[in-house]
Design a protein around this ligand. Sequence first.
Ligand code: ZN
Length: 137
Amino acid sequence: MKTFFKEIVINTSKRLEAINITRYVEEAVRESGIQNGICLVFAPHATAAIIANEFEPGLIDDYIEFIKQVFKPDYRWKHNLIDNNAHAHLASAVIGPSRIFPVKDGRLVRGTWQEIILLELDGPRSSRRIIVEVLGE
Ligand code: ZN
């Protein structure tokens, strides 16, 4: 079995933001040379998340609105006394910091409407790291 490890660095520009990272992940899979296996996409951050879904402008706004409605940035969370980003920790904890995709015949397998999206939950940040690890043969 072969393994391939790559770190992608993304700059974010808003407090809440959805960023399409599909092309970076697919590039990493090509670079890996691995034909069949799995691809882990992992954000080593407590205030970001990774999802696989449609990257349509209305829906991008809906992701952000959903996060605001569910995780309530203005609520008096206890953690907000420390650094005012409890909503970001809660959303990251619930949505999750990683996704796994199959790799088949040298290509990342995903549905037509599944883009790989980084959710910035407490930006802007100058260097969000995304780890892409490909395992297989
Ligand atoms: Zn915090």
